[in-house]
Design a binder for this molecule. Structure first.
Ligand code: GLC
Ligand code: MG
Length: 577
């Protein structure tokens, strides 16, 4: 580590960086902490047990006080809610369960008042089967312009009785469903990479481009500061819709580390260039962040200067509790983002994966998908300790960090949900536990009905008793609580400009630390992560000892006593430059 070099860089940037130019050109999203709100489960204002927009507006202060810069709202559009709203019936209206367009305007205005930017989720790969365009397509004849809005094809086999290819849905089962034509005969098939009620749009059709250009403008005009692009790697399918590779039993398979043939096709980039031009027409720094589960090597393509601004870096989320895994999950995305001058992003939890406070309790069989079943018993205490540490590591890194509602309370994944209450289409299609366990409504007040989620005590998914102890009001002001840890980390991150990616200000791995310890320096902070089972004496580490005074502990995920960082913990040390 080269403290001298770092020191001069830091001084240069403070002297040249008068309030002026740099500040004006500092695009907010480059180092933003974005808080994801899942509207169904954040706060319910009308007592129906379903979260809603007025509920969110009333609780925005929590997010502002936490120190986030922006919110990302998962879909609140008109929708039959077969996939929690990712099945959109009307992209330009609000589902009555969540409120009205006027409520959306109020929410955006209140967020702006509190200094929070607003990112809206856009779902362009597919609509709901209840979308008027799909209904029209069903009524129209094969080969009609209505059908051409979606991916209709003739079946294979003698009478078209077999699906057009062997693609499997992300939610299990065939990715094709056969329709009955107007005359009552079995007809064409339509593609749905997700649920049968989520037909894929045909992005070869210019009318689909027009439709979404209109949707973007609709929300930009209403004040949206950006978009989170759902399934950003899926919209354009490979030419000729070729079969996926198959295993010896003829089942479609995806080679390790790769994606299904229908993802990550180059055609998607033209769409982002088109959208970027639209965003650039608007004042303010409007942005797009892509949800793309793609091989790492593909990431830079999505964030080229004329495409999206960010893409989720899911490698960090998938990283095991292991020094080498973390090193890779940090260094590689930084290197890749640098190739195209984009900031990287960091994320540990969202509405699709097992909450990280639970994930890290699995031990070596690290897993993030398909939900938690009742027979699995990851270690909750260990999980939370490691989750807090992984969060501290993430929040010291340059780039933008995405938080998922409830992680600041240390909420666990909920396994104990009766099957009949589970709503994830993957559960319905394949019997896997699914993603409901990370979508359980947020506990605000330990002693209130539904822990303050809803005035009537209703909750669309049952909340476990432990949510009472973890409620926001039980943690606010309590030293050492997860909520206070997040607040302090975000405060320091802002104060020390840890999110900023300044030229020359590199992330450095400190060499010579004991095995199982990771020490990462960024700016004036060294984050030390102890993955071993023993405490680590911080003063013996080469990084902090490299200065002439001991580096003070700014913040730790578990209390540092006598200079020792406990097992399964992380600390931020201040390096005096
Ligand atoms: C994205 C969403 C997920 C949804 C899927 C289909 O992955 O995050 O929740 O089920 O797209 O829209
Ligand atoms: Mg409600």
């Amino acid at each position: 580590m080269n403290i001298t070099a770092l020191s001069s860089t830091a001084q240069n940037s403070t002297t040249t960086d008068a309030p002026s130019q740099d500040a004006a050109h500092q695009q907010w999203w480059r180092d933003a902490v974005v808080y994801q709100v899942y509207p169904r489960s954040f706060a319910d204002s009308d007592g129906d047990g379903m979260g809603d927009l007025p509920g969110i507006t009333a609780r925005l202060e929590h997010i502002a006080e936490l120190g986030a810069d922006a919110i990302w709202l998962s879909p609140f559009y008109t929708s039959p809610q077969n996939d929690g709203g990712y099945d959109v019936g009307d992209y330009e209206d609000v589902d009555p369960r969540f409120g009205t367009l006027a409520d959306a305007d109020t929410l955006i205005a209140r967020a702006h008042e509190l200094g929070l930017k607003v990112i809206v989720d856009i779902v362009p790969n597919h609509s709901s089967s209840e979308h008027v365009l799909f209904q029209k397509a069903l009524e129209a004849a094969p080969g009609s312009p209505e059908r051409d809005m979606y991916m209709f094809r003739e079946g294979r086999g003698q009478d078209g009785e077999l699906p057009p290819n062997n693609w499997q849905s992300i939610f299990h089962g065939d990715a094709w469903t056969r329709v009955t034509e107007a005359d009552g005969t079995p007809g064409q098939w339509y593609l749905h990479l997700f649920d049968t009620t989520q037909p894929d749009f045909n992005w070869e059709n210019p009318a689909v481009h027009e439709l979404f250009a209109g949707v973007l403008r609709f929300w930009l005009d209403r004040g949206a500061d950006g978009f989170r692009v759902d399934v950003a790697h899926g919209m354009v399918k490979p030419e000729g819709l070729p079969d996926s590779p198959v295993d010896s039993e003829g089942m479609a398979v995806v080679p390790q580390g790769e994606v299904p043939v229908y993802f990550d096709n180059d055609g998607v980039h033209a769409i982002y260039r088109e959208w970027r031009a639209i965003l650039d027409e608007y004042p303010g720094d409007r942005m797009m962040v892509g949800e793309a589960w793609i091989p790492e090597r593909s990431m830079p393509k999505y964030v080229r200067p004329d495409e999206m601004h960010q893409v989720f870096n899911f490698g960090y989320l998938q990283s095991r509790w292991d020094v080498d895994a973390f090193r890779h999950a940090i260094a590689e995305p930084l290197r890749l983002a640098d190739e195209v001058g984009a900031p990287t992003t960091w994320v540990l939890s969202n509405h699709d994966v097992i909450r990280h406070a639970t994930r890290y309790g699995f031990g070596p069989e690290h897993r993030f998908g398909e939900g938690l079943s009742r027979d699995e018993h990851p270690d909750a205490e260990l999980g939370l300790a490691r989750a807090r540490a992984a969060t501290l590591l993430m929040l010291a890194l340059p780039g933008s960090a995405y938080l998922y509602q409830g992680e600041e309370l240390g909420l666990p994944e909920v396994a104990d949900i009766p099957d009949e209450l589970r709503e994830d289409p993957a559960h319905k299609r394949a019997g896997v536990p699914g993603r409901d366990g990370c979508r359980v409504p947020i506990p605000w007040e330990g002693d209130a009905p539904a822990y303050g989620f809803s005035p009537t005590g209703n909750s669309w998914l049952p909340q476990p008793v432990v949510f009472g102890e973890l409620a926001a009001d039980r943690q606010r002001g309590v030293a050492g609580s997860t909520l206070e840890l997040y607040r302090e980390a975000l405060r320091l991150r802002r104060e020390l400009r840890l999110g900023a990616h300044r030229p020359g200000d590199e992330v450095t791995f400190v060499d010579g630390v004991p095995e199982g310890v990771l020490a990462v320096q960024h700016g004036e902070v060294i984050v030390v992560v102890n993955t071993t089972a023993q405490p680590v004496q911080l003063s013996t580490l080469p990084g902090p000892a490299g200065g002439d005074r001991p580096a003070p502990v700014l913040l730790a995920s578990s209390a540092v006593q006598d200079g020792r960082l406990p097992a399964d913990a992380a600390a931020w040390l201040r390096v005096r430059l």
